[in-house]
Design a protein around this ligand. Structure first.
Ligand code: UGA
Ligand code: MN
Length: 316
């Protein structure tokens, strides 16, 4: 028997839904099944309408839009690992609401490959360049890595941002997204522990009786703030109240110099995140440096997919 709504009422299936010739109990059973079916369909419809309404209202009723914005400043530079690093970080940031990713490359011009990667990830971003000054590039000693990039990010914020929070997220580190929700609401400066892949294990503020009493780090180096780049955030309002604040081109002292330039800032004003610095939510990780990929043998692999892939590889 072909099972349609109309012939559900037929007698062929033995349930006898309203077939008009059954006995009384068969009749009432049929009627109540019909009634329950009607109620079921009606309820389903009402739920569907309510659900659609809920979905359509969500961007306005939800808390996402009213959350203060996060500005994530990420220095990057051309190297074989670059696409992999940006992809990993980008998909982490994709879990975070109301965020603008300021990707700033240590280069003289933007790279379409980087723009392509950022487009595909789909996190709102600004892609800018800020080359390291030539005199630092030439030096045989330690270089101030990512400094011109971060200062370019600060300059962007001074021009375009009014509220929210900034955070320096190097492209090679590892971030638990819960830290982003915690830093979003800070007033001035916040700090928290950073997991290290060194003997020291962690770089962290030291907290005793709820107060910041010092810093734990593998190298103190006479710094007032011996903290890692991944271990602090600053409110945009607070930054803008310090028009001269910036990062010095001083290897090893970038964080310290920047935080000092935010003076006056009392230690008691530094907010302690990550469960009052008992938890580790960010890690200073390092990717092994790799030699650039060799050139593709164009004769051997002519007219193959490898010609396309070759264009995606970042070479110095
Ligand atoms: C981290 C800090 O980011 C440095 O600013 C600091 O000097 C260093 O710790 C330190 O305290 O000793 P690190 O992880 O050692 O640096 O260095 P990288 O990850 O190689 O560089 C930091 C950031 O700058 C990265 O986002 C990287 O993409 C970028 N970078 C690096 C450049 O933009 N240009 C470069 O030539 C090298
Ligand atoms: Mn790094």
């Amino acid at each position: 028997m072909k099972l349609t709504y109309s012939n559900l009422g037929g007698s062929g299936n033995g349930i006898g839904i309203g077939n008009g010739n059954g006995n009384g109990s068969k009749m009432s059973l049929g009627k109540s099944i019909k009634m329950y079916l009607t109620i079921f369909i009606a309820t389903t419809c009402i739920y569907m309408v309510l659900y659609q309404y809920h979905i359509s209202q969500e961007p306005f009723a939800g808390s996402e839009v009213v959350k203060p914005p996060l500005y994530i400043i990420t220095p990057t530079y051309r190297r074989p690992e670059q696409t992999a690093e940006l992809t990993r970080l980008g998909y982490t940031l994709k879990h975070v609401a109301n965020l603008l990713w300021l990707v700033i490359e240590d280069a003289n011009k933007t790279n379409p490959l980087v723009a392509h990667t950022l487009d595909r990830i789909g996190v709102p971003y600004e892609y800018m360049v800020a080359p390291m000054p030539e005199k630092y590039k030439q030096t045989k000693r330690a270089k101030p890595r990512g400094v011109s990039n971060r200062n370019r990010g600060l300059q962007y914020l001074r021009q375009h941002a009014t509220e929210g929070v900034l955070y320096f997220a190097d492209d090679d580190n590892t971030y638990d997204i819960s830290i982003f929700e915690q830093m979003r609401y800070i007033n001035k400066v916040a700090m928290w522990p950073v997991g290290l892949v060194t003997k020291t294990g962690v770089s962290s503020p030291i907290i005793q009786n709820g107060k910041l009493v010092g810093f734990y780090d593998g190298w103190i180096g006479g710094r007032k703030y011996p903290v890692d780049m991944a271990g602090f955030a600053v409110s945009v309002k607070f930054l803008k109240e310090r028009p001269k604040a910036e990062m010095p081109f001083k290897p090893g002292y970038e964080e310290d110099g920047f935080l000092r330039s935010l003076a006056p800032l009392d230690n008691s004003e530094i907010e302690l995140l990550a469960d009052e610095c008992r938890d580790v939510l960010t890690w200073h990780t390092q990717t092994k440096k790799n030699a650039p990929a060799q050139a593709l043998n164009r004769t051997r692999y002519r007219d193959t997919n490898l010609e396309f892939i070759d264009k995606l590889l970042v070479r110095p």
